[in-house]
Design a protein around this ligand. Structure first.
Ligand code: ADP
Length: 423
């Protein structure tokens, strides 16, 4: 049995998933995270309950397998991604015997203009990727630190970087550029788009569930703490609401989405705010949090009687509807709409609020199916008569990364032979 480890290293967490390669399928064994780094680390692991019909389709069931919190003064507590990976590996080695990690896949948020596909990362590649840090300062340094930690921990084991921007490479020039002097485009100031691994997974799954829709004009709404939407034609991304950074487009938990750049100029000239202050405002104090003054979590807003919570959701829906219309215009029509990520998968009311305003497009929601999050494992929530097929498709970025890892290894025969016990 050979294993693929998937890592997603962020500013305060290390998420992981372990897959077993079984003949022609990938079986998810465990997934979890250490969050709360560096001060209050907490480990959570779920065991994946496999089903006899294979798990490469409908969402797998998971059961909590372990939880552990460290106190703030515990000398054993992991404080950075390197120590967190040590803890994760010690735990995995206890649980999975023998553990044979054949390769490690990493989620890397930004691949810039150059990377349109996953890559094997060695030192020169790491140096290249380091140059992208200014494009995603909140995520990229942590993602790359995760790669470094895994290189140390697994010497000789292939490390594969999978980029959130890669799925969007290949957009036509009008979708990729801002109307600025050309020198900015040439310097890399472009609309990159993000959440690409999620879109790729959902597009693949949609094509399995509905081959006709999979070949058609599709919009996927990835609505989590970060939120964006993507126009997809014949399985390929053609436009995204996210641009140069992950700030553009939809309203998010703490980010505003689309904003008139004149507002930022006013903040600088009238309020004397500098880049750091504006960045902090846009990344951490805006969106649902800023509007409501209550929470960045949709569940809290749904539960709150405060008018500001209600208004924040209204703004979220209004922006979503506007962007869905814009992406439909890019596609010149719509065959299928898919909702995914925390809000998209779980908030039936949000889906019905948005779809109620898309009737002009031929969207007709089945209220019962929507309340049940889909009629069955196919996630269909539109009526049989709806001109647009609407589905809830749970995303699985980790599985998408594991698939990419297999593809990269298959194209690199030298790596294919390698397998290793962790150091
Ligand atoms: P990310 O991976 O970007 O951190 P997720 O896709 O996990 O985010 O989405 C997280 C968000 O999903 C939460 O902030 C919360 O607002 C929302 N969410 C999760 N469950 C529900 C639910 N049952 N109803 C409404 N919103 C939910």
């Amino acid at each position: 049995m050979r294993h693929l480890l998937v890592l997603n290293a962020g500013s305060s967490s290390l998420k992981f998933a372990l897959f077993a390669e079984e003949r022609d399928r990938l079986r998810e064994l465990l997934r979890g995270q250490i969050e709360g780094l560096p001060r209050r680390p907490r480990l959570e692991v779920d065991r994946t309950v496999s089903r006899p019909d294979g798990d490469d389709g409908a969402p797998p069931r998971r059961q909590r397998a372990a939880e552990h919190s460290w106190s703030s003064d515990d000398p054993q507590a992991p404080r950075d991604v390197h120590a967190a990976l040590d803890v994760v590996m010690a735990w995995l080695q206890q649980q999975v015997r023998p553990l044979a990690v054949r390769a490690v896949g990493h989620r890397v948020v930004h691949g810039g203009a150059a990377y349109a596909a996953p890559i094997l990362v060695d030192e020169p590649e790491l140096a290249q990727l380091q140059r992208l840090v200014p494009l995603a300062p909140l995520h990229e340094p942590h993602n790359l630190e995760g790669v470094r930690a895994a290189r140390e921990r697994f010497p000789g084991v292939p490390q594969i970087a999978c980029f959130d921007t890669a799925f969007h490479r290949g957009h036509a020039f009008p979708e990729e550029t801002f109307a600025l002097p050309r020198e900015f485009y040439d310097a890399g100031v472009r609309r990159y788009g993000f959440h690409g691994l999620s879109y790729e997974y959902v597009a693949d799954r949609l094509a399995q569930l509905s081959p006709r829709a999979g070949r058609g004009r599709v919009v996927v709404a990835h609505l989590g703490s970060g939120a964006s939407a993507c126009a997809i034609r014949n399985g390929r991304s053609v436009a995204s609401t996210m641009g140069f950074t992950a700030l553009d487009g939809l309203v998010m938990g703490t980010r505003p989405g689309q904003i008139d750049p004149g507002v930022l100029l006013w903040m600088m000239s009238d309020r004397g705010m500098d880049a750091a202050a504006i960045s902090e405002l846009l990344y951490t104090r805006s969106g649902l949090m800023g509007l409501s003054g209550i929470s960045n979590d949709m569940r809290d807003l749904r539960a709150s009687p405060e008018p500001s919570a209600h208004e924040a959701i209204e703004v979220f829906v209004a922006r979503l509807v506007r962007e869905l219309g814009a992406l439909t215009a890019v596609l010149e029509g719509l065959d299928a709409l898919a909702f995914t990520a925390g809000i998209g998968e779980n908030d039936a009311l949000l889906r019905s609020q948005a779809c109620a305003r898309l009737g002009w497009l031929g969207v007709e929601l089945d209220a019962v199916a929507n309340a049940a999050h889909g009629r069955g494992s196919d996630g269909l929530i539109s009526t049989p008569g709806s001109r647009v097929e609407v589905r809830v498709i749970p995303t699985d970025e980790e599985r998408m990364i594991a698939r990419h890892v297999q593809q990269v290894l298959a194209q690199s025969p030298a790596c294919d032979a390698e397998r290793a016990e962790p150091a």
